[in-house]
Design a binder for this molecule. Sequence first.
Ligand SMILES: [Fe+2]
Length: 355
Amino acid sequence: MDSILVPCLSETLKIYDLHSVRIQNRIRDLESIILSDKELNDDEVRSTLNKILDQMINEASLTDADRAIIFSREKFFTPGTVIGDYELNKRGLHLFRLTAATLIDYRRRATLGYLSSDITRAFAASGFWLCHNFLEPGQLQVVKNEISGIPNAENKTNKTLVFGKKTSNTLRSTMALHQDRKFLEILAITSGMAMDRDLQSHISNSAFIQTVVHQDSSQDVQKNIHRDTFHPAFKWWFFLEKTYMKKGPFVYGPGSNRLTPTRMAWEYRQSVDLTSEQVNKDSYDYGHKEGSFRANKDDLVELNVVPQPIEVPANTLLIANVQGFHCRGDAQPGTLRRSLHGSIRRLAPLSTNGL
Ligand SMILES: [Fe+2]
């Protein structure tokens, strides 16, 4: 088994908990089944996962509605819900979802024939991919001119959405990017999606011109290092202009996409602490409780994550697996950072089919 490509290796996982042995054995079951060469359709995968889940949580009964949530991409640890249940997380529910989704992401890449790609290998090792000189120089200038009239906004709005517009004479070249084979191929390989109409429409609906107007870092939760969710998820930026320290570049912990035994034990502990009434959770911002776990300085040391600013020249496409730790870099308040930006996040991360 290729240790660069396989995203998690639980061999030395130690949780030090009453339920440890049962959890560790079930995580190993997940690995051996999902990583096996055996052909399994999505129904077979789901029924296998349900069996492993039942063994892991041992006698705690789940309704069909609970299972539907567990198999969804829901990430909020809301009290009173199955995801926010202390006892289930103590028995390993969060670790089950995290590991299963990550292994299934690997299996999908294998099925799609992406494992032999150099991009896949580099992306698996670091968690991000850079494509420099993405557009021809003439084309870059045309796109820059086209989007210069788009108003500043940090989030997607009707005015900042570019590909989703039905027709637009003023954005003709920018919209053509959406049909660009190189663009689609890179996004498909890095996100582990089939290069099909579903991916294209997903990109269409999510891409927009993002203008970050930097604020004081204490006002911007995007500047706290975090990982977005429990499953592999992807964000991309096409930087039309050079993005260097002064502009507050994207910051990423290289390799933090990988589920090391230390990371798995840390994730387990966060899920238990978050759902426990005994533990004070106020040391992290609200995103932590929403399932986008924050990492403080001690966490980064424990996880061996060293965040690095990713400075890029103009005309660079950057894609990152935001299951790894990242944040928005700091910059002088008032500085602008503009890019074409989008997100690729699967609807059913524990399923081997579809988006
Ligand atoms: Fe994020």
